[in-house]
Design a protein around this ligand. Structure first.
Ligand code: PMP
Length: 414
């Protein structure tokens, strides 16, 4: 693939930092190396000595000595070496990647997937350029894209995600072919929809035909409620056209602010240069903690943990689905999400949910989100709302929907 066409002028002008290169070399330097190069502060002057963590599975670990020093020090921009290695193993296991997968690809630890997304879009986008998206997309992605005033090619979706035939038709009619597609394929935010395996394969083939780069934003990958996880775009990436954004936010901690980005090396290198000039690297403390967790658990232990998380959210999903049947039948329509944290609800007889949610529902002490912030084309009214089943207790989910039903009935009478 010719990656140069996906790198804009600003990104192409970024130069590597010699200091960052030296920091990377020092990670593997012998202890006899006399460190007179970088401006690494002396860890003896940091006040922190030791930290211990108790896990809710009964195990524990401590950070001390070199681990603690590393947690408090600058590290290489692409991430803590042992964590990067471990995360590559996770990707290989989970996505069933071929042995030579990393020969022309890399993995970078980011400050959450939002950080990776922002940098990846900044690497590729030019003012007014085209990009392919779904009708309803993650508002955080819209926040990155909107300053570019992009020419959005908006593709229809249904409960199985983006509709490939609509993509095919719009591309066949397009004057200019967008070079990027953004997809949030599993338990999408806000719709909760899972893009089916068949559609993923079809969309990949279309992207291959038109040489379109795929941004696979998949923070809910580990929250899937079906029999088995749907194959990712990364797992089918024979061309090297997928940038996959993973996140620890929903499975380890959102405050730890860690995600990881996997993709073609020429593009990963550009993103590393961007990181060198912005955050320098994702928090070493967060990376060392996560690395210790992986040392404790191994890949299998991590997958066991994720399975428990998945079961928890599946139960919450069931509870919200029952509450919706009980209180919202006849007033709204929805489809039961097979992943993620959200129920996407279309309200009958309400043209736009904005005031109803932000004024009337709020007064009744139930907080939801109107659909509008998730619309690729926000000029139209939006009769949808998003309900998250992640945080509220089962009892409160039921009460919340009871209140929502009252608000909708009052809205009909207004
Ligand atoms: N993408 C999507 C679709 C999301 O829903 C979110 C979190 N709400 C993010 C990215 C950002 O996640 P992170 O915490 O990893 O930055």
């Amino acid at each position: 693939m010719n990656y140069a066409r996906f790198i804009n002028q600003i990104s192409a002008r970024r130069q590597p930092s010699i200091i960052r290169e030296i920091t990377k070399m020092l990670a593997n330097a012998p202890p006899t190396m006399i460190p007179l190069s970088g401006g690494l502060p002396n860890p003896a002057m940091f006040p922190f000595m030791e930290a211990s963590f108790k896990l809710n599975d009964g195990s524990q670990f401590s950070l001390k000595g070199n681990d603690m020093k590393q947690a408090l020090q600058y590290i290489s921009t692409n991430g803590l070496e042992s964590l990067v290695h471990q995360l590559k193993l996770v990707q290989e296991t989970v996505h069933n990647l071929p042995g030579d997968f990393w020969s022309n690809r890399d993995l970078i630890v980011t400050h959450g997937s939002q950080d990776g997304l922002a940098k990846a879009f900044e690497m590729t986008m030019n003012q007014g350029e085209g990009i392919i998206v779904e009708e309803f997309i993650y508002s955080g992605t819209l926040a990155i894209l909107s300053p570019y005033q992009p020419d959005l090619m908006v593709i229809k979706n249904d409960k199985d995600g983006m509709i490939p035939s609509d993509l095919r038709e719009k591309l066949a009619q397009a004057k200019t072919i967008p070079k990027l597609i953004y997809l949030n394929p599993t338990g999408a935010n806000p719709t909760g929809y899972n893009l089916t395996a068949e559609r993923r394969r079809e969309i990949y083939q279309i992207c291959s035909k038109y040489d379109i780069l795929i941004f696979e934003d998949d923070p809910y990958y580990f929250l899937q409620f079906g029999e088995s996880r749907i194959p990712s775009f990364l797992s089918m990436d024979t061309d090297g056209r997928v940038l996959r954004f993973d996140s620890f936010s929903k499975i380890l901690s959102s405050g730890i602010r860690l995600g990881f980005l996997s993709g073609p090396r020429p593009l990963m290198n550009r993103i590393v240069l961007h990181m060198q000039s912005s955050l320098i690297h994702a928090s070493s403390l967060s990376q060392v903690i996560t690395n210790e967790l992986f040392k404790q658990w191994g890949t299998q232990g991590f997958l066991d943990h994720v399975h428990k998380v998945e079961q928890f959210y599946r139960q919450r999903r069931d509870c919200m689905s029952q509450a919706a049947d009980k209180h919202l039948a006849g007033l709204c329509e929805w489809s039961i999400p097979e992943g993620g944290m959200f129920l996407w609800i279309k309200v009958h007889g309400v043209e736009d949910t904005w005031d109803m949610i932000l004024e009337h529902a709020f007064k009744k002490e139930v907080s939801l989100l109107p659909g509008k912030p998730f619309m690729a084309e926000p000029n139209k009214p939006c009769s949808y709302l998003r309900a998250a089943f992640s945080l509220a207790s089962e009892k409160d989910i039921d009460l919340g929907f009871q209140r929502l039903a009252e608000v909708i009935r009052e809205e009909h009478e207004r």
